[in-house]
Design a binder for this molecule. Structure first.
Ligand code: AGP
Length: 571
């Protein structure tokens, strides 16, 4: 996904844009750029690399109307030419765009333009320019009817007008320092204003120095209700400046906030099918892992439950059940595959629930039934505190549906403490070329999540496997260059699990055990104890820290891992 920002007014627009793009950088950091008016002509400054690189190039810029963009490449490689903003053929229009225009090739074939990039966004700005309507807002609305796909856009015209609009990807409008701004993410507005307007699908806005006008898809002026921004967590001062480190250490606050909210308000506002027969989870990445844990919780209260990878589900042949609840888990609420799966379920008439960490996200609008998580803004690409919030919220939801008390949950929160991953064990792990995470039951899911964390920020080739599966092939990988990280908190399968570890040792593999029970003969990181069902919350945190420390030892940036973005709004 990308991030867009626009501002108009007599305040320091450039400072707002650069600060805003830095706050948007977690959404994509391949390249960045701005467009502004210089001597009555549109000027574009753009570069591959991060916002600091752009900021240096934009040092002398003084303008009272600017649009800006930070990119995660979808159509077209990471090059300056493909960086936004993109100019129209006449040079009189500039666009910044977050989203994907699916029919851009057909549209492109109808235009006689000397293309400067291979992006869909450049096609979009030329489509807008070619519209016959007499003013920019009507051109934009007319062109939006011809595109298929998603967009959050801001356009700057050579005569200093800014028009913004959205379909699926979020866009927020606000007044800041007497001027007016548009941005992809409320985080940009934090510390700048408390109030904002959220554009709905196919709504548009004209930003002028004198104010903002809102329009619907028919070009009719509309009035919009102002909303209040929730507080954003600052990076804890005691950590240097990585969001990921700060977010990991917010774990206890997140658990306490979640417990307080659901003890106070319960789940009665959540719409549940009368004769609920099953509950299914659909998500991607880390959210998929929290869905796997959640399914175990609902099976334990007697509800059949399945968890699907969204990108598989949407093209699969699942037999839908009108008496099921389909739960879409997404920290951002913008992930394209999860959104697409939710649209499929919506069309089927089945009941839906969104479990999201972002107010006003698109997934909430589609599901119209929301179980919010209270992790606070999660900036680091690697999801940590949001995972805890998802697992814990769904545990409490299962207790509610199953009529179970939450005493164990309260105990787990009160006893929760961050178990650091020792530097000595990190140093030890660095020696190995292969790192395999193993577990059984809930521990296997934790192994999946731990392996994803390690891969995505330290780029170490790591896998996770159910320990009982090792002997069915993967054991062939094991040699003296292999570290097997065993997660053991589920007592039912303890003996079998330890036997699997012996199979590894017998083949020269090294073992590191992460467990709440003391096991002789292993390098062991000991966890505090809580109810077995909630041990995934205790065991995952030191493994998040393990990934973070490995990443830093290898000299990478945990907040901006290569090739990735915080939420993948493309398929
Ligand atoms: C997790 O660390 C990754 N950043 C990624 O797997 C993420 O969980 C996935 O893209 C889903 O994002 P979402 O929760 O915003 O839908």
């Amino acid at each position: 996904m990308c991030g867009i920002c626009a501002c108009i007014g007599n305040f320091l627009c450039k400072d707002f844009i650069i600060d805003g793009l830095k706050k948007l950088e977690y959404r994509g950091y391949d390249s960045a750029g701005i467009s502004f008016i210089d001597n009555n002509a549109l000027k574009v400054i753009k570069t591959v690399g991060d916002i600091d690189a752009l900021s240096k190039l934009a040092e002398g810029v003084k303008a009272d109307a600017i649009i800006g963009h930070t990119r995660w490449a979808t159509h077209g490689g990471v090059t300056v030419e493909n960086a936004h903003p993109h100019l129209s053929k006449s040079g009189k229009l500039a666009i910044v765009h977050n989203g994907v225009i699916e029919n851009y090739k057909d549209l492109k074939a109808q235009m006689d333009v000397e293309w400067k990039s291979s992006t869909d966004s450049e096609v979009f700005v030329n489509l807008i320019e070619r519209q016959k309507e007499d003013c920019l807002i009507r051109k934009v609305i007319s062109a939006s009817k011809k595109v298929e796909g998603s967009f959050a856009i801001a356009l700057l015209s050579a005569d200093g007008e800014i028009v913004a609009g959205r379909r699926e990807n979020p866009l927020y409008i606000a007044e800041v320092d007497g001027g007016f701004v548009a941005t992809s993410d409320l985080y940009v507005l934090s510390e700048k204003t408390e109030n904002y307007f959220a554009l709905e699908n196919d709504e548009f806005a004209v930003l002028k120095k004198s104010g903002v006008e809102f329009y619907d898809k028919n070009g009719e002026k509309i009035a919009k209700k102002q909303q209040k921004i929730e507080k954003f967590n600052k990076i804890s001062a005691k950590f240097k400046n990585t969001h990921m480190e700060s977010e990991i250490f917010e774990a206890k606050d997140v658990l306490e906030k979640t417990l307080d909210f659901y003890l106070k308000y319960g789940f009665s506002t959540i719409k549940i099918p009368k004769n609920l027969q099953e509950i299914n989870f659909i998500a991607c990445g880390t959210a998929y892992h929290s869905g796997l844990v959640a399914a175990e919780y609902f099976k334990k209260i007697g509800l059949p439950s399945h968890t699907y990878i969204a990108s598989e589900f949407r093209y699969g042949n699942e037999v839908l059940n009108l008496n099921a609840l389909y739960v879409f888990i997404s920290q951002s609420g913008e992930t394209a595959d999860t959104i697409a799966s939710a649209k499929l379920i919506k069309e089927s008439g089945c009941k839906m629930l969104a479990v999201t960490n972002t107010q006003n996200c698109f997934l909430n609008q589609i599901c119209q039934n929301v179980l919010p998580t209270f992790a606070g803004k999660e900036i680091a690409v690697a999801s940590t505190k949001a995972y805890l919030a998802q697992v814990f919220s769904l545990y409490l939801f299962a207790c509610f549906l199953g009529g179970r008390d939450v005493k164990e949950a309260s105990d787990a929160v009160s006893k929760f403490e961050i178990v650091d991953f020792p530097d000595s064990l990190t140093q030890y792990a660095l020696k190995f070329k292969k790192i395999i995470f193993v577990g059984r039951g809930l521990d296997y899911i934790t192994a999946l999540e731990a392996s994803l964390k390690l891969k995505e920020i330290s780029y170490i080739n790591s896998i996770a496997i159910a320990s009982g599966e090792l002997k069915h092939g993967t054991l062939a990988l094991v040699d003296n260059e292999t570290l097997v990280v065993g997660i053991l908190t589920q007592q039912k399968t303890r003996e079998k699990f330890l036997t699997n570890l012996e199979e590894v040792k017998a083949r020269g593999g090294e073992i590191l055990l992460v467990s709440n029970c003391i096991e002789e003969g292993y390098n062991c990181l000991t966890l505090p104890n809580c109810a077995e069902d909630l041990m995934p919350i205790y065991s995952v945190v030191p493994l998040q820290i393990f990934a973070l420390k490995m990443c830093k030892k290898l000299g990478f940036n945990p907040d901006k891992p290569r090739n990735l973005a915080k939420s993948v709004t493309v398929e």
